[in-house]
Write a protein that binds this ligand. Structure first.
Ligand code: SAM
Ligand code: DTB
Ligand code: SF4
Length: 335
């Protein structure tokens, strides 16, 4: 009997794994195939990415989302890039959950400046039920303002995704961050499988998935390809794929990592575009240090979404005037 129960548990686990990630046999892209894309001459890669982009999207429209950190700092996790982890000595202070009215005022300002989606982030390992209740209210009210809603609150437990859906959540952001082979170098307090399980519950609750990662953490090109393979081989790839360039924050373990060549970042965007033709690829953290030319290359390579507003969660982002000026020069429309 014990054996049967154990076998059932193992089978359920195996099924769960398959539901987030395609099994080897139906993998759409091997890591080697993705690496071969990375190896293409730059112009050939960008040409392929532009072709795929134009077949699937208006090439001159970029979706804009504004982020707000509704609960900042004091996080129990050890993500090596993150200024909000309590264990690292950064300038980020631990703050309580923001009041509803303050969140709504920020959402209104985001809407007035042209954002179509409002993303609320919390520095939690996982939301406690007593913390989730006020967030559900925020989601419902932001939605009622006519904005799309997104939240990133950490790992979700049974039933929480369903509650978020019922409150009106359109997108849940939960990143895989990097390839499984590099993951343990960056985070030890939660597993890759924990992340896949949360992504599964988001899918099951019929919430759009926003899932991507961070480039420039010292991973190899093969590992960058490994992250893209994980995302592209999902049974249903994420609707939104944020590609963050590591923002190095003093006091975090990854501060001092060798800077990534900007062309390698552009290549990663192009490869994400080719392998996930129907996903919005978001040029995420790191834009402030990129300059206009590299950002323009990212749009040409197929990025069609950004975080818009002078702050990400705790670090800086270009101000809206600078983004609007760039969009005017490139004749890009915000959507
Ligand atoms: N605490 C929740 C979690 O980890 O799921 C939600 C917020 S967390 C800050 C969201 C994502 O932001 C992380 O998964 C990571 O990909 C990204 N991020 C955090 N710090 C970053 C940094 N310094 N540079 C680039 N991306 C970063
Ligand atoms: C994502 O992939 N990038 C955003 C959002 N999802 C939540 C966060 C970037 C955070 C950068 C560091 C900071 O501002 O604290
Ligand atoms: Fe906490 Fe999220 Fe930062 Fe990790 S990335 S330390 S879970 S806030």
């Amino acid at each position: 009997m014990l054996e049967t129960t154990q076998a059932a548990i193992i089978n359920t686990d195996a099924l769960k794994r398959q539901s987030a990630c395609a099994s080897r046999a139906d993998a759409k892209w091997s890591v080697a195939e993705i690496e071969a894309l990375f190896e293409l001459p730059f112009s050939d890669l960008i040409y392929r990415a532009q072709k795929v982009h134009r077949e699937n999207f208006d090439p001159n429209a970029v979706q804009v989302s504004t982020l707000l950190s509704i609960k900042t700092g004091g996080c129990s996790e050890d993500c090596g890039y993150c200024p909000q982890a309590a264990r690292y000595h950064t300038d980020v202070e631990n703050e309580p959950l923001m009041a509803l009215d303050d969140v709504l005022a920020a959402a209104k300002a985001a809407k007035d400046s042209g954002a179509s989606r409002f993303c609320m982030g919390a520095a939690w390992r996982s939301p406690k039920q007593k913390d989730l209740e006020p967030v559900l209210k925020m989601i419902a009210e932001v939605k009622a303002m006519g904005l799309e809603t997104c939240a990133t609150l950490g790992m979700l437990k049974d039933g929480q995704a369903q509650q978020l859906k019922e409150a009106g959540l359109d997108y849940y952001n939960h990143n895989l961050d990097t390839a499984p082979e590099f993951y343990g170098e960056v985070i030890t307090t939660r597993t890759y499988q924990d992340r896949l399980d949360t992504l599964d519950s988001v899918r099951e609750a019929d919430i759009n998935v926003c899932c991507g990662g961070i480039i420039g953490m010292g991973e190899s090109r093969t590992q960058r390809a490994g992250l893209i393979a994980q995302l592209a081989n999902m049974k249903q790839p994420p609707e939104s794929v944020p590609i963050n360039l590591l923002t190095q924050v003093e006091g975090t373990p990854l501060h001092g990592t060798d800077a990534l060549d900007p062309f390698e970042f552009v290549r990663t965007i192009a490869v994400a575009r080719i392998t996930m033709p129907q996903s919005h690829v978001r040029l995420s953290a790191g834009r402030e240090s990129m300059g206009e030319a590299v950002q323009a290359l990212c749009f040409i390579a197929g990025a069609n979404s950004i975080f818009y507003g002078e702050k990400l969660l705790t670090t800086g982002n270009p101000d809206v005037e600078a983004d609007n000026a760039l969009f005017d020069k490139l004749k890009i429309r915000k959507v």
